[in-house]
Design a protein around this ligand. Structure first.
Ligand code: NAX
Length: 330
């Protein structure tokens, strides 16, 4: 095998998502069956976390994945991001008892400042960054601002799990396989204000809101998609992990594989003001990828007044989050 290995840095690698994600990277599902991989696994400098990380690395080695050439385990971000082609920022500080969303945003900010700087200084010139650790949109914004030498379009955050959830809900309601649902789209923040678009999604080629009644779409559908994460925590006692890992495989592939004509994928990227989302925020948009691998925000999609109103609200939430971390955006 002569292909140069891809260095993939993963933070929070000893966590739940890491455990489901790493084998899928190492066995070629994320970057293809011919792409050798070097995993650079990053955890916090705490004995328990580093011991768990060693265990994960042992298991990965025990799988004898043909594509996996090396594994590094570290608590040092400079070592972790050294030469990285992809930085998957999965780790973040969880919400503790009594913590408000604002506290979570403030607590996580400095983590993403440090990681952004290390990516800026140590990663490969071609590095691309995908943020999963919550609040992922604003964490991504902070990392992007902390890496001035890395072009902004290399930064993304994940709403692919929300898109997959929405697609599954529409398919179940219409009684069709999930493959019959296309164009599923999430706008805005990966939070309870996210906007699952039922007007541009299609079921067997027809707009979802011509197939399913508005009352269900604006009520149960919206609430189910927005609250799915909480429902899984309630059922499992733990947050979504296998589905999040699977969606991150989809997310990276979404950014790498060209879209067919008229197709889009939900990706949180820097707003250029499209659809009225304030410029500079990291917001979920329909994203198309060209044959050259460059992405762009798909233009010209129609939004109903109901969806437009909610897009304005989720944009306002993202603006509020940006204000909370303004001092970190230097
Ligand atoms: P876990 O708590 O199982 O694992 C997180 C890991 O990150 C821990 O091992 C912790 O030690 C590590 N960590 C914390 N700070 C770190 C730092 N500064 N550097 C390196 N590692 C660090 O959480 P898990 O279930 O794996 O979830 C990870 C993140 O994904 C959470 O923030 C979670 O909220 C977020 N999610 C985001 C989703 C999305 O769609 N964007 C969906 C799933 C998930 O809820």
């Amino acid at each position: 095998m002569t292909t140069t290995p891809l260095r993939v840095a993963v933070t929070g690698a000893a966590g739940q998502i890491g455990y489901s994600l790493l084998p899928r990277i190492a066995n070629g599902e994320m970057f293809g069956p011919d792409q050798p991989i070097i995993l650079q696994l990053i955890e916090i400098p705490v004995d328990k976390a580093l011991a768990a990380l060693d265990g994960v690395a042992m298991e990965l080695s025990d799988c004898a994945f043909p594509l996996l050439q090396d594994i590094t385990c570290t608590a040092d971000v400079k070592t972790g991001f050294d030469g990285a082609h992809w930085a998957l920022l999965v780790g973040s500080k969880p919400r503790g008892p009594g913590m408000e969303r604002g506290d979570l945003i403030r607590e996580n900010g400095p983590i993403f400042t440090g990681q952004g700087r290390a990516i800026n200084d140590c990663a490969d010139d071609s590095v691309r960054v995908a943020v999963v650790g919550n609040p992922c949109n604003t964490n991504c914004l902070i990392a992007m601002h902390s890496a001035p030498d890395v072009p902004d379009e290399r930064f993304s955050a994940m709403t692919r799990l929300d898109q997959n959830r929405a697609q599954n809900q529409l398919a179940a309601k219409a009684g069709v396989p999930s493959t019959s649902v296309t164009g599923t789209l999430i706008w805005g923040n990966h939070s309870a204000t996210q906007v699952p678009d039922f007007h541009n999604a299609r079921i067997n080629g027809e707009r979802a809101d011509t197939v399913i009644d508005d009352q269900w779409l604006q009520g149960e559908f919206f609430a189910t998609v927005q609250q799915r994460g909480a429902a899984i925590i309630k059922a499992r006692g733990l947050s979504s992990a296998a589905s999040a890992a699977s969606s991150l495989v989809d997310h990276v592939s979404d950014l790498v594989k060209p879209t067919a004509g008229g197709e889009w994928r939900s990706v949180c990227v820097k707003s250029d003001g499209s659809y009225g989302v304030p410029e500079g925020l990291i917001s979920s948009f329909p994203v198309s990828v060209g044959a050259d691998g460059d992405w762009s925000i798909t233009q010209g999609l129609e939004l109903t007044p109901f969806l437009q109103e909610r897009l304005t609200a989720t944009g306002a939430e993202l603006s509020g989050e940006r204000e909370m971390v303004a001092d970190l955006l230097g």
